[in-house]
Design a protein. Structure first.
Length: 71
């Protein structure tokens, strides 16, 4: 799996994911469960890989030969 998420993109995903997860605690009713969607941007930030980016050919990590492994 090749990395396709850069550091700025990762930071934005973490903030967005945590913001969405906070809905579980701060919103009442059925709307609060939308906060579980926050798991997706957090996961993609931690693994530095986004399946949607792979499908459309976007790469924000800035390295053309990212292998997904650290040497």
């Amino acid at each position: 799996m090749r990395k396709n998420v850069g550091s700025t993109d990762r930071a934005i995903r973490v903030v967005l994911g945590l913001g969405l997860l906070s809905l579980l605690y701060f919103v009442d009713g059925n709307l609060r469960w939308i906060g579980l969607v926050g798991i997706v941007p957090l996961f993609t930030a931690f693994v530095s890989w986004c399946p949607l980016y792979s499908l459309i050919g976007v790469q924000t990590c800035g390295m053309s030969g990212a292998s997904g492994r650290s040497a």
